[in-house]
Design a protein around this ligand. Structure first.
Ligand code: BEZ
Ligand code: FE
Length: 241
């Protein structure tokens, strides 16, 4: 259909070979919005909270946190954020009381733990259990929008295409609960400039929450966060097996 010549074909193969050698095949699928398309296709019959791609920064050994649940220390640079919500069964609306949120995110300067090992283990990640009513609440900071690795062949492709490398800021979450399909998704924030052009095309309207600024010092003390801080809520519903 595109009347590809031998010279163009060999150039395309050389490009893909370089992508493979640089271990950027998944990243190529991500920026071509293939990863999110395949994720959608995989879960097309799944009801409840929308799924999203896992990305490369998940670590399987997230510790189960103790209350008051926090993904970072009180002093972590950035805008303090308290996220609360409830996990329910999509079909009955009843709470899923044994759900555990497995969370990971970038810092306020745009790095995951793997990119800044000097910041210590379990940096901006951890597991938060829900209570008997399916409710959860955790403290963190607003993650930065960050650029995906752009020094290699995938970055070169983005430049050729006139595209930027930013992901809209987000928090990753995985959820597992007995009797329910596992969920991997991302929480996005409504004021972000990259929502409409996320480099991996992974923003979904239902996953975007609004940040509310709070200046009440008493409330900040109760919640054990610095003031001013932000709050938002994100309810999750799961599909039974
Ligand atoms: C992420 O969200 O962590 C991510 C997803 C795709 C490519 C790079 C990063
Ligand atoms: Fe991410």
């Amino acid at each position: 259909r595109h009347n590809v010549t031998t010279e163009e074909y060999l150039q395309a193969l050389a490009y893909l070979t370089e992508v493979g050698r640089r271990d950027e095949m998944i990243l190529l699928g991500d920026v071509m919005h293939l990863s999110i398309a395949i994720d959608d296709q995989t879960h097309k019959d799944q009801v409840g909270t929308a799924t999203n791609v896992e990305g490369p920064f998940y670590l399987p050994d997230n510790p189960v946190l103790d209350p008051p649940y926090r993904l970072c220390s009180f002093d972590e640079p950035g805008l303090p954020l308290v996220i609360s919500g409830r996990v329910t069964d999509k079909s009955s609306g009843r709470p899923v009381e044994d759900a555990v949120l497995d969370l990971w995110q970038a810092s306020a300067d745009g790095f995951y733990e793997q990119q800044k090992p000097e910041r210590g283990p379990h940096y901006l990640r951890g597991k938060v259990p829900v209570d008997s009513d399916g409710r959860f609440e955790f403290r963190t900071i607003v993650p930065a929008s960050y650029e995906i690795p752009k020094a290699g062949p995938v970055g070169r492709l983005l430049t050729y295409l006139g595209r930027h490398a930013f992901r809209a800021n987000h928090i990753h979450v995985k959820l597992d609960a007995d009797g329910f399909k596992p969920l991997t998704t991302q929480i996005f924030f409504s004021d972000n400039e990259w929502l409409g052009s996320d480099t991996v095309g992974a923003v979904k309207d239902d996953l975007v929450v609004e940040l509310i600024e709070e200046t009440d010092e008493v409330r900040a003390k109760e919640l054990e966060v610095r003031s001013p801080f932000f709050t938002t809520s994100f309810d999750i519903s799961l599909q039974r097996h």
